[in-house]
Design a protein around this ligand. Structure first.
Ligand code: GLC
Length: 734
């Protein structure tokens, strides 16, 4: 074979220097001529400094909707700033921040990053992007959460740069122990500096400021089955029957884009789902819920009411010259609602009646970066400034007037989810809504659960799911998960089982895959695999009381359900570096196998004794142990000293109300908590719930009723301690 090299200009390689954004600082002078406002506040006992940059030509600091609770701010003079924090306006549409990043300080949080737990050593771009190439170079991704924790045990510090404009966080890529953020905006910003404080306190304060996830509807904590796409009525019905006849627990079937009439949102294909209403009610009769996907792109079609209505009401994004912005997505050429406008959100939330009227339980908002097939790159990755507003893709209407899309792009998904949640609440005021989103900005946890987009059926993606979800949880998004089994590519029996072993601990628990990939419903790989997966999903359902108790803990403290070991063991320097294990609440340590043909893996056990869930083995920490984790076994260990409430196996969470609960007691003295509510209404937010603090001493269970606010069920309680098992009564104050 001859190779013609004449077409290649090899000198080009030398002409383009490798850029490090840490050193590329073209302008040394500060162009800022506005006003900096310093304020001090306190949340969750953590002191917060807010630094606000007000531009000269702006009357107010532009606010994002991230912050939902303002502490009592006290104006202050410029205080001493930690970490030699500094900033300047380097160009008319660029601010640069820098701060020290000592080598020993791991960086955590920052939302969704394709990374190990520690985010150091590279640049993280925050600009909402539909990026399905999840590899080492994947940057940016779908979500933009500018909240970073600099971990120093109980003296950790966190930064939250509240601006929806594009940001690049260079976490010491030059290895000179300095970090740099470049923010491309013309609109000012607010930087919150939290701490120093322990990580749980920082997250408590951040989630007080930006909100927490409410107690989810119980059904949304069950198993979701999804595929792009179950094409018709009969397939969906058969799928539900298959789950029930095989006795594999499942609560929800998710309908991907093909349920629609040519991908027109707020329609159903009459051809493929001719009896949509009756399908929904037949499924409901066997305790199945339906969730439908709703994308933002509205088909450009003058015979389609949603499009003509949105145009007439002037609710779509328009270019600076006043013409409609159009690009292609699934429906072909489409218009995009401007969710920054209150009128658009109200319109959209009203339109959701289409789904609630037909008994749809929840909404999945996808492609809401928003994704455009025609314009995959919305900003040159090397851009040092934002283009002028009129040269950006389109304009958006904010409360402080029209702005270029890029200034607020990171809010598109957030505002769409806000509209969706408001719609569900309007239509069903007494039911907790369920919204799932791909794109997000800080504070999204108030409106939606998140999943991490288009992963692949690859072992590497199974491995990365743990640190990615840990950082997502530390960034406030406690209700999170990734597609179990992997979305793209062809899975294997072994991978699917290993994925369920890990996935039963995802707060959001969904199996999803794309159309060309090998089917991965739990029974697709034969009986042995099916029975292993059944055992794992049953374990998930048994954990329901523990999971609901953890969500109660989240809403009262901000603690994520999946936590890095450092959360509970801040003095353990080894625990701080563990990226491939996690704590599910305080008491369950999960150490998933993430490699093919592997049954033994090193597991780090923090201080104490740890009891394997699926075997009789007990391990003592602090220490690494080589642990045998056979395929299909739950890769988790309970801390000695814990009481864990477990339910009986059920096929759907609808069976939970009267389901018996057993308190599993580990050790001679132990404690734990148990929370219950009605599982669906908002009464729990007004105090209608029950909460017990349980202690075990001298062979007796003491149940202190901390809250006795809702009618108990007729369920029976038992305890299990070693070989002893007996029924117990819980104290009530009634
Ligand atoms: C996007 C989503 C994926 C979905 C597909 C079709 O790729 O991330 O989950 O299945 O669109 O709607």
């Amino acid at each position: 074979m001859t190779v013609d090299t004449s077409a290649n200009d090899w000198t080009k390689a030398r002409r383009k220097p490798v850029k490090s954004s840490a050193t590329q600082d073209d302008s040394r002078t500060d162009k800022f001529s506005g006003r900096i406002v310093y304020e001090q506040g306190l949340l969750s006992n953590v002191s917060i400094l807010r630094i606000g940059a007000v531009m000269n030509d702006e009357t107010a600091v532009p606010r994002t909707p991230a912050v939902c609770l303002e502490p009592d701010w006290t104006p202050t003079q410029r205080p001493d700033l930690p970490l030699n924090l500094d900033w300047k306006q380097a160009a008319s549409a660029r601010f640069e921040f820098s701060f020290d990043l000592p080598a020993a300080v791991p960086c955590l949080g920052l939302g969704e990053r394709f990374s190990a737990l520690d985010l150091r050593g590279t640049v993280h771009t925050l600009l909402a992007t539909d990026n399905s190439d999840h590899n080492e170079a994947a940057d940016p991704l779908y979500k933009s959460i500018p909240f970073l924790i600099l971990y120093s045990g109980n003296q950790s510090i966190a930064l939250f740069l509240d601006s929806a404009a594009p940001q690049k966080w260079d976490l010491d890529s030059a290895l000179n122990e300095r970090a740099k953020i470049s923010l491309l905006t013309r609109r000012g910003w607010q930087l919150y500096v939290f701490g120093p404080a322990p990580v749980p306190d920082l997250v408590a304060a951040y989630t007080q400021l930006t909100g927490r996830c409410d107690q989810p509807p119980r059904w949304s904590l069950g198993h979701f089955q999804c595929r792009w796409s179950y094409p018709d009525d009969q397939t969906v019905r058969d799928l539900a029957v298959e789950f029930r006849s095989r006795q594999i627990p499942c609560d929800t079937i998710v309908l991907d884009i093909d349920y629609m009439d040519e991908y027109r949102v707020f329609t159903v294909s009459g051809e493929r789902f001719p009896r949509f209403n009756s399908m929904v009610s037949d499924l409901s009769a066997i305790n199945f819920r339906l969730v439908t996907i709703v994308d933002p792109g509205v088909k450009y079609d003058f015979d389609y009411a949603t499009f003509t209505e949105g145009s007439r009401l002037d609710l779509f994004c328009k270019k600076a010259d006043g013409t409609l912005f159009l690009d292609e997505v699934w429906p072909g050429v489409s218009a995009f609602p401007d969710f920054m406008k209150q009128e658009t959100r109200s319109w959209w939330s009203e339109k959701l009646r289409f789904y609630t009227d037909q008994g749809i339980s929840g909404i999945w908002n996808d492609m809401n970066e928003p994704a455009f097939f025609g314009k995959k790159v919305v900003l040159d990755p090397d851009a040092l400034e934002l283009p002028e507003p009129e040269r950006q893709l389109f304009m958006q209407e904010t409360e402080s007037g029209p702005v270029g899309h890029l200034e607020v792009r990171n809010l598109y998904g957030f505002e769409m989810c806000r509209a969706t949640r408001e719609g569900l609440l309007k239509q069903r005021p007494d039911e907790r809504p369920f919204v799932l989103t791909r794109s997000a900005y800080a504070g999204i946890q108030r409106h939606a659960a998140v999943w991490l987009g288009d992963n692949m059926s690859w072992w590497e993606h199974l491995r990365k799911a743990v640190p990615m979800l840990l950082n997502v949880g530390l960034s406030g998004m406690a209700f999170c998960g990734v597609d179990i089994g992997g979305f793209g590519g062809h899975g294997s029996a072994e991978l699917l089982v290993r994925w369920y072993e890990q996935g039963i601990f995802y707060p959001f628990f969904r199996n999803h895959s794309m159309m060309e990939s090998r089917a991965q419903e739990p029974w697709m790989f034969g009986e042995d695999v099916e029975s292993k997966i059944r055992h794992l999903i049953e374990t998930r359902y048994k954990l329901l009381p523990y999971i609901e108790t953890l969500f109660f803990e989240h809403r009262t403290t901000g603690a994520p359900l999946m936590r890095p070991l450092l959360w509970h063991y801040p003095d353990d320097t080894v625990a701080a570096r563990v990226s491939d294990q996690f704590l599910f609440g305080r008491d369950i340590l999960v150490a998933p196998v993430v490699e093919r043909a592997t049954v033994i893996r090193p597991v780090y056990f923090p201080e104490g004794r740890w009891h394997s869930i699926d075997s009789d083995q007990v391990f003592t920490g602090p220490s690494f142990h080589a642990v045998k984790l056979e395929l299909g076994k739950v890769p988790a260990f309970v801390r000695e000293g814990a009481i864990v409430p477990l339910a009986e196996v059920m096929q759907s969470t609808a069976e939970y109300r009267d389901n018996g609960i057993t308190f599993y007691i580990f050790g001679d003295t132990a404690d734990g908590a148990f929370y219950e509510d009605d599982g669906s209404s908002f009464a729990c937010l007004r105090g209608s719930y029950n909460l017990w603090q349980l202690t075990w001493q001298n062979g007796n269970l003491h149940s202190e009723c901390r809250k006795d606010g809702c009618e108990g069920s007729t369920r029976k309680y038992r305890i299990k301690h070693g070989l002893t098992e007996r029924s117990v009564e819980l104290n009530t104050t009634r």
